[in-house]
Design a protein around this ligand. Structure first.
Ligand SMILES: [Zn+2]
Length: 135
């Protein structure tokens, strides 16, 4: 297993009510020239957690931070006007909390961040670092 030092939270930057599957994201990422989906987990609006790229493989989700991180994405992140917004449903919040709690137990050294901590982006449209600081 790779050494995991960071868990980085993302949004898909799609509309709040837009259904996005692992296959959709894999297709978008292949169009960018990546071998498959760049994230390791996808959390949909109903709180389902889907596996993406295998954890053993470095992801493609955060420039200069992929080698030793896990990428987690929730579906959403854009409001009806197409502006960045925290669109997480209650089910998504619960599922994210459960997934991140589990990952922190498996990789205690890892620090949880939002993508925006490392890039000039709104992603994931909330302060993940503060929200999950106590995990
Ligand atoms: Zn991101």
């Amino acid at each position: 297993m790779r050494k995991i030092l960071e868990i980085i939270v993302h949004c898909t930057a799609t509309f709040a009510d837009q259904r996005v599957t692992v296959a959709d994201i894999a297709r978008w990422h292949k169009q960018r020239g990546w071998k498959t989906i760049g994230y390791h987990y996808v959390v949909d609006q109903d709180g389902n957690v889907f596996p993406g790229r295998p954890l053993e493989q470095a992801g493609a989700h955060c420039l200069d931070h992929n080698k030793n991180s896990i990428g987690v994405v929730y579906c959403g992140g854009l409001n009806a006007e197409g502006k960045p917004a925290d669109t997480r449903t209650d089910a998504q919040k619960a599922a994210l909390l459960g997934l991140l709690t589990d990952l922190k137990q498996r990789f205690p050294e890892a620090v949880i961040h939002g993508h925006r901590d490392f890039a000039k982006k709104a992603c994931p449209c909330f302060d993940a670092t503060s929200e999950y600081a106590a995990l």
